[in-house]
Structure formats: C-alpha cells, structure tokens
Design a protein around this ligand. Structure first.
Ligand code: PLP
Length: 251
C-alpha cells in the first residue's frame, strides 16, 4: 500500500508516538501552569491536527485529546464526518472563515477562534439563529502589528465592542467568550510574552469598559505556550509538538 511505502514506521508505533507526544505536551503544560502559579485545569490543550490526515488525527483522539483545532473549514467538517469522537469532544476553528462556509461548519458546533470582522460575527449570529443554536467564538486580535498577520488591530476591536455595546441586544445567537492571538512571525519567546500580556490587558480593558465577561484567552503554540500560560492563556493551540515532521503524512 502507498501508505506503508511513504511511512517508515508501522501504524502501531505511530500511535504510540502520538500518545507519548500528547502526554509530554500535557505534562509540559502542567509544569508551565505550576511555574505560573496556576492550576492545570485552567488551561486546555487544543491539538492542532491540520498537519495530518483523518487517520492520524484519530490516533490523537484515541490518545485522549478531546479538543481538535483545524484552520480550514472544509477539512474540519470532512474529519468531523469521518472520525470516531467521544461525547465530550469539541472542535476548534482556528483559521479564517468565509461566510459561505458557515452553514456546514456550524453544524459541528465548533468554538470559532478566528472572528476577525463585524461582518463575520453577524453572519455567524444569523446562521446560528437559523440552526436554532448559540454559536461561540473568540475575537482574533493582531497583537504583533504585522500586516500579514490575521486578526483585527486592538483599536478595531475596541470599535467592534463599542458597536456591539451600542447596538444592545442585536446578537442573540452568538456568544463571545474571549480573545485569541498569535505571536508575530519568528518573534523571540520574550517578545511573544509581551504580545500575550498585551492581549490579556486588552481583554481586561474590554471587560471593564463594557461590563463583559471574556474569560477565554486562546494564545500560545508549540514554541511559545509557556509564555502564553504565564500571561494568562486558557487555551493553547499545539500542533508541531504532537505531529513532528517525521510522522506527518502527505495528504
Ligand atoms: C498551525 C497553528 C497552530 C499550531 O502551531 P504549532 O506551532 O504547530 O504548534 C496554532 N494556531 C494556529 C492559528 C495555527 O494556524
């Protein structure tokens, strides 16, 4: 089979390796929590499965990961339709979402980390209302100031929350649970930490200004989750540490 030819390790060994990687990430996250004076249950590890196919993604779920992140809606729903998932499982949409993908995406009740415009927020609200559900999401903030980065600038975020506050109860079917950000490209861990603290400060400001609860901070990836946890992350999005290049399969 093609799969065996392209894959130097037998599947059982791969399953063991993914399970070992998952345990190691969990223990590193717990360690980072202790060092930050936080309790491990405060921080959820989201396994970012965008690097691998459905079969490999299943191995991570079987290893105990009950939160998966994908950056493309089509891949999320294809995997959602083919994987065996535990009942307390949750999908996380961590990449840009086009409004024409919402109908199919929302059926899987993902947490949408990447709300990056008022237009998308209103489209999510409308579609969730159609589906008679409450969608949940985070507003993605560009904390690095890089043009190429996704998310909205802090000032745009302030305007967005101002608009929502002014418009009162217009959004009935979407709930914003917090903020999400990625550190800039090739930033040092120190610089990433600074950007994460900026996100936490913005969250505090928005909570106070608009009397909101924004408990979730989705920040930190393989290279900077320790800094993110120190800055108050409640979700870290980890891909590379779980699926190092040697166990990634071509799609
Ligand atoms: C790919 C990706 C991740 C995971 O990054 P790693 O460095 O591989 O852990 C996290 N968040 C987003 C938005 C991603 O696209």
């Amino acid at each position: 089979m093609l799969r065996e030819e392209t894959n130097p390790l037998p599947d059982r060994t791969i399953a063991e390796q993914i399970a070992a990687n998952y345990r190691q990430v969990q223990s590193q996250v717990h360690q980072a929590c202790r060092e930050a004076g936080r309790v491990p249950s405060d921080v959820k590890v989201i396994g970012v499965s965008k690097y691998v196919d459905a079969a490999m993604t299943q191995l991570l779920v079987d290893a105990g990961c009950s939160d998966l992140g994908e950056n493309r809606p089509q891949v999320l729903w294809q995997k959602a339709e083919s994987l065996r998932l535990p009942s307390e499982f949750r999908w996380h949409m961590i990449g840009h979402v086009q409004t024409n993908k919402l109908r199919r995406l929302l059926r899987f009740r993902p947490l949408i980390h990447s709300i990056d415009s008022e237009r998308l927020l209103r489209a999510i609200d409308a579609e969730a209302s159609q589906q008679e559900t409450i969608a949940e999401g985070l507003v993605e903030i560009n904390v690095s100031g890089e043009d190429a980065k996704t998310g909205i600038d802090p000032d745009e975020a302030r305007r967005l929350f101002e608009t929502l506050n002014r418009d009162g109860d217009q959004l009935h079917s979407v709930r914003i649970g917090g903020l999400m950000a990625m550190a800039g490209w090739k930033t040092t861990p120190e610089e990433a930490g600074k950007q994460f603290r900026m996100l936490a400060t913005l969250r505090d400001e928005l909570e106070q200004t608009y009397s909101l609860a924004l408990p979730e901070l989705s920040m930190g990836m393989t290279s900077d989750f320790r800094e993110a946890i120190a800055a108050g992350a409640t979700m870290v999005r980890i891909g590379s540490a779980l699926f190092p290049p040697e166990i990634r399969k071509p799609h």
